[in-house]
Design a protein around this ligand. Structure first.
Ligand code: APR
Length: 310
């Protein structure tokens, strides 16, 4: 019986850390791809040589050739330029659209049945590019944003209350950008809504910090952007799919009428299993929350119009 196969495109910070997490968790064999010759080969050899110490048997291959990615179960796309200080996600738009289009076309040809998980920013717009470039159904083209955004929110909630991060659950809807919608009403600590545990004005501060979570890290690092939490979040989606867990995770999904939105990638609660997106969970929103979600969707639409994938 063969092990699962996951291709990670982009052997930079996010991609290499994603490959490491997948291999070390024993989830699948990993093929690491990059446009730079030697980079994926070197990093995958280094990762392979850690295996005897860490204790896993996953095969890790580094390559510049898409033929090596053939018949992957999942393809994680992290290739692109990372955000620099002072650069918004949206500045990256045109450059990364070209990169994502090129890599998805090649990967989809080699693995026509794969599930794509897009990580490259600006995330929601890149999902549109990938959907179009692959020709795959929406069930097999998902974006990683909500798991990361809600992990950031969970971290801040746990710190605020001095409780375990494992007891905190948080919901974040909308696009991965300044218009994301942290949903405090549906966020809980051991089942207790956080609106009963944290005063409203303080909660607002935590929500704002969450929405600016990526920029806060870029400001510290000065060159480059976050990758430990983004890779962990992508791997949670990989695991949910490979193990057919039916996990409900906030992901960027192509909406077709859900939440009153059509033809756009927006972050919503998704059930992930072996078929990829198995269900979009619709929750009741207040008028304010729906308005914030619509605003977020409008921001995604604007980017898609710019790059002609709306
Ligand atoms: N094909 C394959 N790989 C490519 C291509 C391409 N056409 N273009 C660029 N790459 C590779 C680069 O060579 C680099 O190794 O993508 C990698 C990106 O790595 P980093 O610059 O380290 O960026 P990283 O921090 O990993 O972020 C990647 O994920 O979270 C998002 O905003 C982030 O869009 C960014 C992406």
């Amino acid at each position: 019986m063969a092990r699962n196969k996951v291709t990670v495109i982009g052997a930079g910070n996010v991609g290499a850390t994603t490959a490491q997490r997948i291999a070390e968790a024993g989830l699948a064999d990993v093929v690491l791809v990059d446009i730079v010759e030697g980079l994926p080969q070197g990093k995958s050899l280094d990762l392979a040589e850690a295996a005897p110490v860490v204790g896993h048997d996953a095969r890790i291959t580094g390559t510049n050739d898409y033929a090596d990615t053939a018949d992957s179960d999942i393809v994680v796309v992290t290739s692109g330029l990372a955000r620099q200080p002072g650069m918004s996600r949206d500045d990256l738009l045109a450059k990364n659209a070209g990169i994502v289009r090129a890599v998805v076309e090649q990967a989809a040809k080699q693995s026509p049945n794969a599930i794509l998980i897009i990580v490259t920013n600006p995330l929601d717009a890149m999902c549109h590019v990938a959907l179009k470039a692959s020709g795959f159904p929406r069930e097999r083209v998902l974006g990683m944003a909500g798991v990361l955004d809600s992990a950031r929110f969970r971290t801040f909630i746990a710190w605020e209350l001095g409780v375990s991060v494992e007891d905190t659950h948080a919901f974040v809807l909308g696009g991965h950008g300044d218009t994301m919608v942290p949903l405090s009403r549906y966020s809980t600590v051991a089942g207790i809504p956080i609106t009963e545990l944290i005063p409203a004005d303080r909660l607002k501060e935590l929500e704002t910090r969450t929405a600016n979570g990526g920029a806060e890290i870029v400001k510290h690092l000065k060159t480059g952007s976050a990758y430990y939490a983004p890779s962990a979040a992508a791997v949670e989606m990989v695991e949910a799919i490979l193990k057919d867990k039916k996990k409900i995770l906030p992901c960027a999904a192509y909406l077709q009428g859900e939440y009153g939105i059509s033809g756009l990638y927006v972050g919503v609660p998704c059930k992930l299993g072996s078929k990829g997106l198995e269900q979009i969970i619709e929750i009741k929103l207040t008028a304010d929350e729906q308005a914030a979600l619509n605003k977020s969707a409008d921001a995604v639409k604007e980017l898609c119009t710019v790059i002609g994938v709306a």
